[in-house]
Design a protein around this ligand. Structure first.
Ligand code: NAD
Length: 438
């Protein structure tokens, strides 16, 4: 049993703290957001993540998991302090490290016992060294034993608990092997592959991994666009490609492009780091441009189907950036809604989990109770997020209640032929059809 404090109770921090508590450790999670901590202490989750509320509840009841806003309370006898605060995009695309700085300063100001500081936030290469400098500057005891370990997080929102408990790998970077080994012991119950490396390499592994996954999506989106021109179906193309073990099926779904709290900011930050250091990251730049273009193409498709978008009613199914989360950061749906509104369209939308978050940022969008209310009187329906509950909606009913039967399936979840047979004008992404096919 170790004593662990986790700084930041967002998607990463709350899951990390809860899972470490579930493995038998004594965990205190700290956040500066009073509302968050008050709610957590009442058993109310600040985010939607499947299975999280129950796991938090179990571990709080078992006395292993606590929430506080008080740094001294969180740090007082911690062996490890995990930093899991946000690192959003700064003005030029660089990662904004202000929250990391604040957290490290707050810890350094009060700690009086040996501590391993573990960085889980996604931070630019070199941040571990910078963190050590800040710590030394603010720590009152110059002889205090203090180590920095980079431990980038790879969990996916929507399956975060499973991913934490069943990681493909745990990456640990440090200039101090013993500190890295101590952190690796925290993960030993998971029986995961553990890669111990230096600080900078660990930091780079996170960026390179996210950039690679974003590249796969942009790649298949580019193939999708070529498929549309040539009359092939990208869904089957991706299936055929993925059967090759060297390629695999993951992250080969053509759609409206990647979004979320990680890929956009991380690819941008990696590009920024590269340019700043004299590299020419042409592939990363193309990956981002293809992603932007993917959304433009969706707008062009609807313009083509509807003529002018002004005064047309567009229904959006799904607002979160992907299914099984309420996270709307950099969601393609929100971006498209703003662009449709700029062209004078009238917007309606529904999402199974993201409506409370969406309400805070969307203006003049009618938020509906289900897909059918969205479809009522709509000139077009755009599927933006691949939630399970959209997969088998009643299209006969939808056909009757829409003003015009136009569907843009932005995640390729529906059968084009079925929808066409019901009288819809169906657009997918990359679903060209040649005359003798389908
Ligand atoms: P988030 O925005 O959901 O949560 C961050 C939390 O940190 C907030 O609750 C905020 O109030 C808190 N915070 C900010 N400053 C603080 C401070 N000084 N002291 C204490 N708490 C503070 O962020 P997230 O999505 O959990 O991401 C955290 C980090 O993990 C980011 O660097 C992100 O890139 C990385 N990451 C995220 C994911 C993901 O799927 N969300 C996956 C892997 C890595």
């Amino acid at each position: 049993m170790s004593k662990i404090s986790v700084i930041g109770t967002g998607y990463v921090g709350l899951v990390t703290g809860t899972c470490f508590a579930d493995l038998g450790n004594h965990v205190t999670c700290l956040d500066v957001d009073e509302n968050r901590i008050t709610n957590l202490n009442k058993g109310k989750m600040p985010i939607y993540e499947p299975g999280l509320a129950q796991l938090v509840d179990q571990n709080v009841k078992a006395g292993r998991l606590h929430f506080t806003m008080d740094y001294p309370e969180a740090i007082k006898d911690a062996d490890f302090a995990f930093i899991a605060v946000g690192t959003p995009s700064g003005v030029d695309g660089e990662a904004d490290l202000q929250y990391v700085r604040e957290a490290v300063e707050a810890i350094a100001n009060i700690v009086t016992h040996p501590l391993v500081l573990v960085n889980k936030s996604t931070v630019p290469v070199g941040t571990g060294d910078w963190v050590a400098e800040i710590f030394r500057k603010h720590c009152k005891d110059p002889n205090l034993e203090f180590k920095v370990v980079s431990n980038p997080e790879f969990l996916r929102e929507g399956s975060a608990i499973f991913d934490f408990m069943n990681p493909d790998r745990v990456v640990l970077g440090s200039t101090d092997r013993e500190a890295a080994n101590r952190v690796s012991m925290l993960y030993s119950p998971l029986r995961a592959q553990i890669l111990v490396t230096d600080l900078r390499t660990a930091e780079m592994i996170k960026y390179a991994s996210n950039a690679f996954l974003a590249t796969r999506i942009s790649f298949i989106n580019e193939i999708a666009n070529i498929c549309e021109e040539l009359g092939a179906d990208v869904v089957e193309v991706a299936q055929g490609m993925g059967m090759d073990k060297r390629i695999g099926h993951d992250f080969l779904d053509a759609g409206l492009g990647w979004g979320g709290s990680c890929f956009p900011k991380d690819v941008k930050a990696l590009e920024h780091m590269a340019v700043l250091n004299g590299s020419q990251p042409q592939l990363l730049q193309a990956v981002m441009e293809i992603n932007r273009n993917q959304r433009r193409r969706a707008i062009v498709k609807l313009r083509k189907a509807l003529g002018k978008l002004e005064d047309k009613v567009i229904g959006i199914l799904g607002l979160s950036f992907k299914p099984d989360t309420d996270d709307i950061r950099e969601s393609p749906a929100l971006d498209l809604i703003h662009q449709f509104q700029n062209e004078g369209a009238i917007l309606k939308a529904y999402d199974p989990q993201a409506m409370p978050n969406a309400k805070q940022v969307l203006k003049k969008v009618q938020l509906c109770v289900d897909p059918y209310e969205v479809a009522t009187g709509a000139d077009a329906l755009l599927l933006a997020t691949k939630w399970n509950e959209f997969k088998q909606i009643d299209f006969t009913r939808i056909r009757k209640i829409m003003r015009q039967p136009i569907i843009l399936d932005g995640r390729n979840i529906w059968e084009p032929e079925l929808l066409r047979s019901l009288g819809f004008t169906y657009f997918g992404i990359g679903r060209g059809t040649q005359p003798n096919h389908k």
